[in-house]
Design a protein around this ligand. Structure first.
Ligand SMILES: Nc1nc2c(ncn2[C@@H]2O[C@H](COP(=O)(O)OP(=O)(O)OP(=O)(O)O)[C@@H](O)[C@H]2O)c(=O)[nH]1
Length: 584
């Protein structure tokens, strides 16, 4: 099935055309029949020559009912713009086209009606020129008479071609069904209707109400007058919500796949088309079938922040329309750039925000969102409409890769600093670290830990120190504290004993990797090796033993075995003349 909305000036023959195509009566209300005018939305369907089904959303043409028109057009992907041959292009033709353009409707047809009353060519030419400048672009044109039926077979064929051009619906997406009507059916209870633009509905589904944060169960589904166990997009659908009082939901509400949409009352948007220089401070935002008053705060040249009078389930990339209800005038279109924007409380925040927004295009972009939010939950991103194809760093957290790497470096620094400031403690408490790094979740801290660091007893430290017997671990910490600023000076044997490290303790510490034995009684802290390579790499190459000794600020007792160890590990290479180079 595909769904097309009509559009066009009042009395140009939209309803007559839908009636002629479908044999159904789209104007449902007695008042509409009496006044010969469409006030609200009408619906009808038919089968095309290809066998495809097409449903029409027939909208009112009178300017007073533009909000109803927008509720019908908002969720529909294609439009049939109707212009009467005898009247030609009229104000509501223009306003309806402006609305379709603002909403970014990209597919449609031009139908010149009442072709039995006048030559359709002039009206067609003018209309085509207007339409060409809109999001609809170049459209196929068909002249018809709803009265005589002339042109209807050609129109059916053109509708088939239009259907073939429409993008395939995404039936696996979450459901956001904008409600355009709600009524009570005797014996069945509350029924709502809408255009299902994406996703799939099944009897028994549990859905959320956008406005009430409560869930409802789908008791029955109707599509084209028939009960169905399941309806997939794109379709006109009636949903029976027996048990839900009718006053709980109406036009502008939405039925949602639970947990998949972010309800927001603040959005940052880009104005599309010609951004008006002076936007009024209050306007009405039309999106889907909803119409909500908004307060407008300009940010950049074509970006504004909108504060909605009530929250709506919006996604990054949504198209919407701003209208000035006082002046009966479509102000322009917007594309949603951010549905969870940061507050603008600091001085200069608005200008900074405008710079960020200038780079956004409303296309959900995972890498960009991660860069801006740094750390964000999978569910939150999904609810904003960002497709998530990335592996969480911990739990359901996603991280910007560069930020994550910086956090890892900060963590190492913090743990190192803590060890220096608290030499007797066996590591830094995880919660203290979480606070230092301002991380929202302990799981993130744990995910950032890389060997040789590890968590032990709620603290983060090096495993060697953790697993050593308590007195030995303390003794090693004392060495660390005492030699922090001269890492290549090995303590003399009697100093080691003073610090609590006799031959047995030294053996345990070396086995655990907490000390590095260079020679019988020469020990260093294990990180001295890497530090030594860094110092040596800074020397003019090759360097001599004596240059190395001076650069490391140590004695031959340490320098000789240290360089030999580095040679064995391949970090340095000894040349035939006994000088060395650092291997890079
Ligand atoms: N001669 C002739 N009259 C037509 C044709 N199509 C519509 N009309 C007449 O034009 C008038 C308006 O037609 P509608 O179909 O109600 O127009 P509409 O565009 O649906 O009007 P709104 O929904 O109120 O905007 C009616 O009197 C129709 O009988 C046509 O092809 N030929």
């Amino acid at each position: 099935m595909f769904v097309v909305a009509t559009a066009g000036h009042v009395d140009h023959g939209k309803s007559t055309l839908v009636r002629a195509l479908t044999g159904m009566e789209p104007d449902r209300w007695a008042e509409e029949r009496r006044r010969g005018m469409t006030i609200d939305l009408g619906f009808a369907w038919t089968t095309l020559p290809s066998g495809a089904t097409i449903a029409f959303v027939d909208v009112p043409g009178h300017e007073r009912f533009v909000p109803n028109m927008l509720a019908g057009v908002g969720p529909v992907p294609a439009a049939m713009l109707v212009v009467a041959a005898d009247e030609g292009w009229m104000p509501q033709s223009a306003e309806h086209l402006a609305a379709l353009d603002a909403l970014g409707v990209g597919h449609g047809l031009l139908v010149v009606t009442r072709a039995d009353l006048a030559d359709p060519a002039p009206a067609a030419e003018r209309a085509r020129a207007e339409i060409a400048a809109s999001s609809l672009g170049a459209v196929e044109t068909v002249a018809v008479s709803g009265l005589t039926g002339a042109g209807l077979p050609e129109l059916r064929a053109a509708l088939d071609r239009l259907a073939a051009r429409l993008p395939a619906p995404t039936v696996d997406d979450p459901v956001r069904l904008w409600v355009d009507r709600s009524f009570t059916v005797r014996g069945s209870g509350t029924v709502v209707t809408g255009t299902l633009g994406a996703g799939r509905l099944r009897v028994g589904d549990v859905l959320e109400l956008a406005g009430a944060e409560e869930t409802v169960r789908v008791r029955g589904l109707h599509c084209m007058g028939e009960a169905r166990p399941e309806v997939a997009a794109v379709a006109r659908v009636a949903v029976n919500l027996r048990g839900t009082p009718r006053d709980r939901l109406g036009r502008g509400d939405a039925l949602l796949t639970p947990g998949r949409f972010h309800r927001t009352d603040v959005i940052d948007v880009r104005l599309t088309g010609d951004p008006a220089v002076d936007l009024p401070a209050t306007l009405t935002l039309h999106v889907g079938s909803a119409a909500v008053p908004v307060r407008v705060r300009p940010l950049g040249a074509d970006t504004v922040r909108l504060r909605l009078a009530r929250p709506l389930p919006l996604l990054v990339g949504d198209r919407a329309l701003l209208r000035d209800p006082g002046r009966h005038h479509v102000t322009g279109g917007v594309r949603v750039l951010d549905v969870a924007p940061p507050p603008l409380s600091r001085r200069g925040a608005a200008a900074a925000r405008a710079t960020v927004l200038a780079d956004l295009d409303g296309r959900p972009d995972l890498a960009g969102e991660l860069r801006r939010r740094r750390l964000v939950r999978v569910g939150a991103l999904r609810r904003m409409g960002v497709p998530v194809q990335a592996t969480p760093v911990a739990g359901d957290w996603l991280a910007d890769p560069a930020h994550w790497q910086r956090l890892g470096e900060q963590l190492t620094e913090e743990v190192g600093r803590y060890a220096r400031e608290h030499p007797l403690e066996p590591g830094m408490p995880v919660d203290a670290l979480r606070q230092r790094l301002a991380l929202p979740d302990r799981a993130l801290v744990e995910a950032l830990i890389r060997p040789p660091l590890r968590v032990h007893g709620g603290r983060i430290g090096t495993p060697a120190v953790d697993t050593l017997p308590e007195p030995v671990a303390r003794a090693v910490q004392r060495v660390r504290a005492e030699y922090a600023d001269r890492p290549f000076r090995a303590p003399e044997a009697d100093r080691l004993v003073d610090l609590g490290l006799g031959p047995r303790e030294i053996g345990a510490a070396v086995r655990a990797g907490a000390l590095l034995r260079l020679a019988d009684t020469v020990v260093l802290l294990p990180d001295a090796l890497d530090a030594a390579v860094t110092v040596l790499a800074g020397l003019p190459q090759p360097f001599t033993l004596s240059a190395a000794r001076q650069a490391l600020d140590t004695t031959r007792r340490v320098a000789v075995p240290l360089l030999e160890l580095l040679d064995r590990r391949g970090a340095t290479r000894r040349l035939p003349d006994d000088a060395r180079v650092v291997v890079t």
